[in-house]
Design a binder for this molecule. Sequence first.
Ligand code: FES
Ligand SMILES: [Fe+2]
Length: 385
Amino acid sequence: MDLLDPNAYAAVRKPLLEAETLPPACYTSREFYQRELSNIFLKCWNLIGRAEYVKKPGDYFTLSLVGVSLIIMRGDDGRIRAFINSCRHRGAKLLEGEGHCKAIRCPYHSWLYSTRGDLRASNGMQDTRNFDPSGFGLTEVKLDVWSGFLFVNLDSESVSLWEYLGDLDSYTQSYEFETMVTVKRKDFTVRTNWKSYIENSMENFHLPTVHQGTIGGVKAQWIPIDGAPGNYVLLQSRTTASRATLGGDAAFDRIATLRGPAAEGAQYILIYPCSVIGADLDCMWFKQMIPDGPDTVRYSAGFCFPRASVERPDFEEVVQSYHKRFDLVISEDNGISEVQLQGLSNPFSHAGRFSSMEPLVHTIDNWILDRVVGPLPMQQRTAAE
Ligand code: FES
Ligand SMILES: [Fe+2]
């Protein structure tokens, strides 16, 4: 089977209850993964953190996005920018980790860049002919902020973040994510394919099995929403109580500003390709994920609360109930995702079928196929007629 031939996916393109799942090779093949990098990760907006991580001018952090090392820095003009982490002289990597600086000094020959990325001092270049320092500032990458979340796009031709997200705001505005405080961050490495992980995040079918000891018994009405043409899907869980602590554990007050569906339960959001936000009645968490090969996902999870909760004198005590619930549920999801990839890697594994409880898995897989291999040639012809 040619994994990059759109005709190979006719069965995945059928309506949900007639469709097959993606063939197992899509989760294990290096060729398919390379195409995902070039057509998805190097073209889409990727979540890389929160604006509050760089509060003051000169604050920075670094990260690697599918092999591209980036510096995220707040400039002395207050703007947050993303730079390629490589000196414009002979390419040395400039910064590691996170911290604060007045200027970026290259560790190799001491070229000096401002916090806005301009080349300020180009040591040793006085005799070099036709050298114009203004053309040797750090290479900037598109960065934009949505609701306190930082996103970068490595494609300079991409649509704006606002266009990319479509009408997502209509579901999320009343949480006021931008005013929330990230109280804890935790990094994970999971031996699974990134698609398995986001599929798992957007279906409730596995809850009674995988989460039977934690959140599996909570009764809820589930409403799947495809955000197209916005690049997101959303799963609403209508419940009266927050799902962010385990039954009976101490909890904070509801977020005072919630309106509409946000006030009627939890909403789980996938912003393609793999940024997941869980918004509940009293808190919010997110996972900014990035694949590292077809068989590994790395992610940083952040846990956020309204300032009013964080300022309560009993915050540290009550927040333990939330951390306990998150740690347990995350380890259950990480575990089952690894088990799934082990099975999909079996050379005798086959494509499966979908339950009516997995509509967003089907939606996600078709979004990925649209970008990796393009539409079925027959569908293209019908659309043109
Ligand atoms: S490589 Fe940076 S100053 Fe030479
Ligand atoms: Fe789960």
